[in-house]
Design a protein around this ligand. Structure first.
Ligand code: NAI
Length: 683
């Protein structure tokens, strides 16, 4: 493994800055720690409130991520308060957390890592602990002690498996005291601990030992090469398109609450999925206990033999049913009285020949599961070459999954937003109303497929959403709604990125102007192509996905006030938009039995941010009303009952209502967003 330490950035830096630098170097290396895993510390002289000299330990805050950590995420604890705990025989997690909270130098600092005592009970100044892949490959084997000894001899101390907490910390302290000459501690099924006089030394020692473990594993890989050779000879599965089956899977998983699905069919994943021993090696357990929170104990493995959607549905359903039944049994065998079962669903679905799906409450969570399992695949493959992958017992796995501290954290999570776990596709979203809707729905938790004829503009809006709302929360795509091929591609992209679709906002539109006798056929055709047929094409594609999912859905059509009150010179526009409105009603009629709602918005006169109001259109509308272009905004304001200017954000609020649960019982409706135009009242 590459030693990334460079002296320059931390030359003359204090102990805390060096610790932060070490953390970042560790975080850079995914095979050392992933997403919040690992922790490090340094012990330092300091003074207390009264100016008395004391010893403190800076320790990583619970849950913070090593690759992006900052000094404020390192609480300092008083060692003169912490060290006497070593004399105790036991201490519950809750008592330990409460006690540590009172050892903080700054009571407002984040909660110190659950492994704080482990660091404190080691006599060394700087400590580094990771869940590195190579060490997990050695310790997750059938003959784990012999395997580790074969690699490191007596230079390291082996610590039997315990869930992180007081017991593990005390064992670590005792064993380290008994073996002062040891170079490191190896925690069975868990990870590696190294130390040094400063953070650089602890890091150097860590990388040196990890490199030794990696070299050892490499030398044993011949057996794996044979397994792979057999795998390549395995018969290929029929062509099954992941985008076509993802909504079926998502629907089956989402009967209680919807999930966002990540997907990975990279060559490494496909190779792992083609292993002849896939069904056994994936059903052993997690590589380390803290993965359980993300990955559950085992993935679901499903062999799809037929691309026919009904077959796919029944094969997924049957496999899922077996999985959840087995999970319920595991819970009832291991749970203590009064325990409440978490959901029984897998977080990883492996389909040989097709790929790996991962479940998350959002795209970030799904991505964490993907990353963890990609590393687990390597660990499993290597452990197989070292005598066979073996990990936590049923009881240990259960205690890791139902660890009260983690369950408590779940109760502290904020209430999910209205559109959390939902996937929306918006057309014409590079500007104006579509853009405002994409932003607003994203703010309320939705994952957004931002599409537009202007692909670059769509990507700009998606990038802005990702920046504000988080990892992978939006993708941007070029989509001309009149182009069938592009429509199909865009909906496939939604299924690839998130697993399906819940909401369509059919918004793209143009507004050609001209009296009927002077209207060119080109303008007429174009208006019908975009303002009618475009809505039909994206509707059809949406319904195909929504019906496969069978968990309902919401379609929103951005029509216009002209549907009920057409305007002079707006023939091509008003006729096409009336057809859009009728399409919406038919979708409401046909979609009802599937829980699919369809509603429309009728906005009027939105200038700000809209490109629809080209100079040409403004001139022509001003002419039609016999006023100047400058007078237009005021003209429209005076025309409505509330005498207000209507904005794209106003339309976005109405779209949000129709998209989410607050409109759960509304379908076939028309909502004007026009300040009140009495000629346009829906009748
Ligand atoms: P806009 O021109 O700012 O946005 C429309 C977007 O649709 C543009 O980004 C454009 O690139 C895109 N687009 C055009 N043709 C497309 C195609 N073939 N495929 C995909 N995307 C395409 O206009 P605005 O004002 O945001 O309009 C959005 C919708 O709102 C339209 O359907 C319009 O009819 C409707 N509307 C607008 C009103 C207004 O006063 N601005 C009033 C009533 C309805």
């Amino acid at each position: 493994m590459l030693n990334r330490w460079q002296s320059e950035p931390v030359l003359n830096a204090g102990a805390l800055d060096q610790l932060v630098y070490q953390s970042r170097m560790v975080g850079e290396e995914e095979s050392l720690v992933l997403w919040g895993g690992g922790n490090n510390s340094v012990k330092q002289p300091a003074v207390d409130l009264l100016g008395q000299p004391i010893e403190v330990m800076y320790i990583k805050g619970s849950g913070s991520d090593m690759k992006s950590i900052i000094p404020a995420q390192y609480p300092a604890v008083r060692l003169d308060y912490v060290l006497p705990l070593f004399e105790r025989e036991e201490m519950s997690d809750e008592d330990m957390v409460a006690y540590l909270a009172r050892c903080l130098i700054d009571p407002t600092s984040p909660r110190p890592s659950i492994e704080t005592l482990l660091h404190a009970f080691l006599p060394h100044r700087a400590i580094l602990h990771t869940h590195t892949d190579a060490i997990l490959s050695l310790t997750n084997t059938v003959g784990r002690e012999e395997t580790v000894r074969e690699c490191f001899g007596d230079r390291v101390v082996l610590v039997p498996y315990y869930l992180p907490g007081f017991k593990l910390s005390k064992q670590v302290g005792l064993l380290a005291a008994q073996h002062p000459e040891a170079e490191a501690l190896i925690l069975m099924n868990h990870g590696l601990i190294t130390w040094g006089n400063d953070s650089q030394e602890a890091y150097d020692n860590h990388i040196r030992l990890v490199t030794e473990a990696e070299d050892f594993v490499k030398s044993k890989r011949q057996v794996q090469a044979q397994v792979q050779a057999q795998a390549q000879a395995a018969p290929s599965t029929p062509a099954i398109e992941p985008e076509a089956v993802a909504p079926i899977l998502r629907g089956l998983l989402s009967t209680e609450k919807p999930w966002i699905l990540g997907f990975d069919n990279s060559p490494e994943v496909m190779q792992f999925l083609s292993r002849p021993d896939l069904h056994t090696i994936t059903q052993v357990g997690p590589a380390t206990p803290d993965h359980m929170l993300y990955t559950k104990r085992f993935p679901l493995v499903v062999e799809l033999t037929d691309p026919n959607p009904e077959q796919v549905h029944s094969q997924f359903a049957e496999a899922l049913n077996k999985y959840t039944t087995a999970y319920r049994q595991y819970f009832s065998l291991n749970a203590k009285a009064g325990a409440v079962m978490l959901d029984a669903l897998p977080r990883i679905v492996l389909v040989p020949g097709v790929g790996m799906w991962t479940l998350g409450k959002d795209a970030r969570a799904a991505r964490i599961v993907t990353d963890i399992y990609r590393h687990t695949m390597n660990i499993i493959a290597d452990a197989q070459t070292l005598g066979g992958f073996a990990t936590l017992s049923d009881e240990n796995a259960f205690n890791a999954e139902y660890w009260p501290l983690e369950l408590y954290k779940l109760t502290l999570l904020p209430k999910e937003k209205d559109l959390a776990r939902r996937i929306v596709l918006v057309t014409g979203a590079a500007s104006g109303i579509g853009r405002a809707i994409a932003r607003r729905l994203a703010e309320e938790g939705a994952h957004v497929v931002v599409t537009d004829l202007n692909g670059e503009g769509a990507e700009t809006v998606a990038a802005e959403i990702r920046q504000k709302q988080g990892l992978n929360r939006a993708i941007g795509l070029k989509l001309d709604v009149t182009n069938l091929e592009q429509v199909e591609e865009a909906f496939k992209a939604a299924c690839r990125a998130y697993g399906g679709l819940d909401i369509l906002v059919s918004n793209a539109g143009i507004a050609p102007v001209g009296a009927i006798d002077r209207l060119s056929q080109r303008d007429w055709d174009m208006s019908l192509a975009i303002n009618t047929t475009g809505h039909f094409l994206v509707t059809r594609a949406s319904l195909n996905i929504l019906k496969k999912q069978s968990i309902g859905g919401s379609l929103i059509y951005n029509a216009t006030k002209n549907v009920t009150a057409p305007g002079k010179d707006f023939g091509a526009y008003s006729v096409a938009k009336a057809a859009e409105a009728q399409l919406c009603r038919i979708v409401a009629i046909e979609g009802g039995e599937f829980g699919i709602r369809a509603n429309m918005l009728n906005p009027d006169a939105i200038f700000e941010g809209s490109q629809l109001w080209s100079e040409d259109l403004k001139n022509k509308r001003a002419n039609a009303y016999g006023i100047s272009v400058e007078e237009l905004p005021n003209f429209y304001r005076q025309r409505n009952l509330l005498k207000v200017e209507v904005t794209a954000e106003d339309v976005a609020e109405a779209a949000l209502f129709l998209a989410g649960p607050r409109a759960a019982k509304t379908t076939g409706a028309m909502i004007p967003v026009d300040g009140g135009v009495k000629e346009a009242f829906p009748r």
